[in-house]
Design a protein around this ligand. Structure first.
Ligand code: MTE
Ligand code: HPA
Ligand code: MOS
Length: 752
């Protein structure tokens, strides 16, 4: 089945927040952001701004009827600054005017006097000062200290990975309308409608039942709208509630880049130990997460870093510690992979380092240590592993041996260009790491003309979840997909939703749809059995027709639905799904947190221009563990998109904050993302299809985030090419590998 938005996207007919027809009298809001990263507010001068044409009102924290608080996990994030500012871009006031232009002109007239305080942007420095968001956590298996004594090889080092701008095509925004009886309706570009509802209610001082949040679709979220869509929606809701007028705010790109958090940069220290046969015996790692100025989702992101710190490998002795460090940057947040990629970059760095020390290609160590079924992850879950199967298939299918030889031969014969090859196995756990979040609900209506309408908590952000949910209903009812429609995501239809995140949206909401549809199908089967006077077990639906065993009957879907209605049988169902068998005890850091894992292997080849430091990615060849894909086109799109996004993070996307905590890479002229010229020449995707029994919807494994981590392979392929030119250069592990860094590395001398 095609992605249901294909045609309307192509024709520009899909509706986003900015396409919602505005009610007459709609006002426009704009945030006045802090001009400094850290300081104490001495005075705030609003009079000049208030006198500007069209300005209706300027809200500060003093206008908040409820709580000035939007922190999701830790209540440490005011909607608007009170007496202190903690990052450059932190909201101080919200200007409401008759037009967007007037509001933007007015914020230029606001004057604030801020006594500067020290600005910290480095997580290690924050840690040294004791500025932590939450207490550190340690995952431990075996005895790493003892195991190092038995190692033939030991390597230590440091690895740094930078942040990443989400760069959803649709910037953040919201549109709020006051309704009667103190209710508000909020259209929001959010992955988490319930988070918006909860915080809007809290800030307005009203109940959640008074806040309707509605989401049609997003022009991309990538984690950036899991938590950080909330502020803008709450601003609009607050202004709409106080002024009793509709209020809209959609951020300009530079505002969005400046005020919102990004992927967490990490700085990490590692030590890895191998025996003489290249088995990894021990691994110790310490992560310093740059959380930014408030917690946001950082504690959960940090947790997933720990879960994925050994990537796709079995290591019997591991000690991994993580610190979530408070700095004066915009609060960093969820980004595809949710801390997993940052953890995986470090173990891959450790393997690259020790391989170099020993003088073998890292792939020998990687292959030797792939996790197998029955092995235990450091957090206690036992692997049901496809890691060796994906690796072996990649080697066979893409003839890895020949690829390795070609690279070696090229490098023997060339100086002006060097090639590199890397292998990147991945392993990603599917489920929210917080067990309670793994629940979802669906509401399915069958109308008397036989058409079906489904509602869930899933937010469509391009990933194709709406299409998959329609496929679920179509499959259970055996109806053509055109007969099934999916609704906007709305907190009045579906309550208490988890955000659409963790790659689990289709699994959780799909299972709920399946349950609801099966319940309805049960009632309709019963009805058909009464009409046809046949045993229930003999009744089947196929293509909109009712069958008894293999024989079509006169009774069709529509007739059956009408008969059920006439007989006063409910044609609506609300179902609840909660992932079974998952649990985690954070007091011992052990459990079975994931419904299953997704595996895969990417082989990457690159060519570096050794004079200029520029490079091309020749090919990325992937075997990806889809199990039984329910939509190969969508899944392929996710794999290719995730890969390229990962490559961007690892190669060209370079976020730069200056010493004052000001974002320098604040526009697309200074922040480079992959374009059609920089993507791999070849992307080959081979599905690793199994009928493995798993908890995925229709056994079709989640695909949203895992492929991003194939992009890490590009960093290490580039590094191999660099090393082929300059074997003794000490270049460390510092992503992204921009062409500038590449050039420096090519001519870096060994420090003696
Ligand atoms: N694909 C598109 N086109 N747009 C997005 O915003 N978000 C990614 C991934 N793929 C995203 C995407 C992220 S961060 C996640 S968690 C998953 O999709 C969420 O959707 P899923 O749970 O349905 O996979
Ligand atoms: N993944 C993504 N988003 C989340 C998670 C997670 O594990 N937990 C809370 N939000
Ligand atoms: Mo994705 S980072 O879980 O929204």
């Amino acid at each position: 089945m095609q992605h249901i938005d294909t045609k309307s996207h192509l024709r520009g007919e899909s509706l986003y927040l900015d396409d919602i027809p505005m009610v007459r009298g709609t006002l426009f809001g704009v945030v006045y952001p802090s001009p400094v990263a850290h300081g104490r507010i001495r005075s705030l001068q609003l009079d000049d701004a208030l006198a500007m044409p069209g300005v209706v009102r300027i809200l500060t924290y003093k206008d908040i009827p409820g709580r000035n608080q939007i922190g999701g996990i830790v209540p440490d994030e005011p909607l608007m600054a009170e007496h202190e500012v903690h990052f450059h871009g932190m909201p101080i006031a919200f200007v409401v005017a008759e037009t967007d232009e007037q509001a933007r002109a007015a914020i230029k007239k606001i004057q604030v006097d801020i006594e500067p305080l020290p600005v910290i942007t480095d997580p290690r420095q924050a840690k040294a000062l004791g500025n932590l968001i939450v207490p550190p956590r340690t995952f431990k298996i075996g005895d790493s200290t003892g195991a190092f004594k038995n190692c033939a090889y030991i390597a230590s080092g440091r690895a740094d990975s930078n942040g990443q701008e989400h760069l959803y095509i649709e910037t953040q925004g919201a549109y709020a309308l006051p309704l009667e009886g103190g209710q508000v309706r909020v259209y929001s570009s959010t992955q988490g409608p319930t988070a918006v509802q909860r915080h809007a209610a809290d800030v307005l001082g009203i109940s959640m039942s008074q806040v309707e949040v509605d989401v049609k679709r997003l022009g991309g979220g990538f984690g950036g709208k899991e938590d950080q869509a909330t502020a803008w929606a709450v601003f609009c809701a607050l202004a709409a509630y106080l002024l009793q007028k509709p209020v809209k705010y959609s951020l300009h790109r530079m505002e969005d880049m400046r005020m919102t958090g990004k992927r967490h940069p990490y700085s990490s220290d590692f030590t890895i130990g191998l025996d003489k046969d290249l088995n990894i015996l021990a691994y110790e790692v310490c992560f310093y997460q740059n959380a930014g100025a408030s917690a946001d989702l950082s504690p959960a992101v940090m947790e997933r870093t720990l879960f994925h710190c050994t990537n796709s490998y079995y290591i019997p002795n591991v000690t991994a510690t993580a610190y979530s460090c408070r700095t004066n940057l915009p609060p960093n947040t969820a980004f595809r992979g949710f801390g997993g990629p940052q953890g995986m970059f470090v173990i891959e760095s450790a393997i690259a380092q020790i391989a170099e020390q020993i003088g073998v290609h890292p792939s020998r160590i990687q292959e030797k240590n792939l996790i197998r079924t029955g092995h235990e992850f450091p957090y206690g879950q036992i692997a049901q592993s496809q890691a060796p199967a994906c690796w072996d298939k990649a080697c066979r299918h893409f003839d890895a041996k020949r690829m390795m030889e070609e690279v070696a031969q090229f490098n023997r014969n060339n100086v002006l260009c060097k090639k590199g090859i890397s292998f990147m196995p991945i392993c990603f756990g599917i489920s929210f790491t917080k067990t309670l979040m793994n629940q979802a609900r669906a509401l399915v209506h069958i109308y008397t003309d036989g058409s079906v309408n489904i509602s869930t908590g899933a937010v469509e952000m391009g990933q194709g979840v709406s299409t998959k949910l329609i496929q679920v209903a179509a499959s259970v009812f055996s109806l053509p997909a055109e007969q099934i429609r999916i609704n906007s995501t709305n907190t009045y239809r579906i309550a208490n939703t988890s955000p659409s995140a963790a790659s689990a949206t289709a699994d959780l909401n799909g299972k709920a749809v399946e349950l609801a549809c099966n319940a309805l199908k049960g009632r309709l089967t019963d009805m058909a059995s009464r009409i046809l006077q046949k045993d229930i077990s003999s009744i089947h639906f196929r293509g909109g027709q009712v069958y008894v065993h293999d024989a079509a009957t006169e009774l069709n879907w529509k007739g059956l639905v009408q008969a059920a209605y006439v007989n006063r049988i409910s044609l609506s169902e609300h179902a609840h799904y909660a992932t079974p068998d998952i649990h985690f005890d954070s007091s011992i850091e052990k459990g079975h947190p994931f419904a299953y894992h997704v595996y895969g292997t990417a082989i990457t080849t690159v060519t570096v221009d050794t004079i200029r430091g520029t490079y091309q990615i020749d090919a990325v060849k992937i075997v990806h563990d889809t199990a039984s894909s329910m939509n190969r086109m969508i899944d392929k799109g996710q794999i290719e998109g995730g890969l390229v996004q990962g490559i961007g993070w690892m190669t060209m996307e370079e976020i730069v904050f200056d010493q004052e905590g000001r974002l320098r890479s604040n526009a697309l002229s200074t922040y480079k993302v992959p374009d059609i010229y920089s993507v791999p020449g070849i992307i080959d995707v081979e599905f690793h299809e199994t009928d493995e029994d798993n908890l995925a919807i229709f056994r079709s494994k989640a695909v949203g985030e895992p492929p991003l981590m194939y992009g890490i392979g590009t960093y290490f392929a580039l590094r191999m090419a660099l090393k082929a030119f300059n074997p003794s250069g000490e270049i460390g592990f510092d992503a992204p590998m921009t062409p500038e860094k590449m050039l420096m590395g090519l001519y870096q001398k060994k420090s003696s």
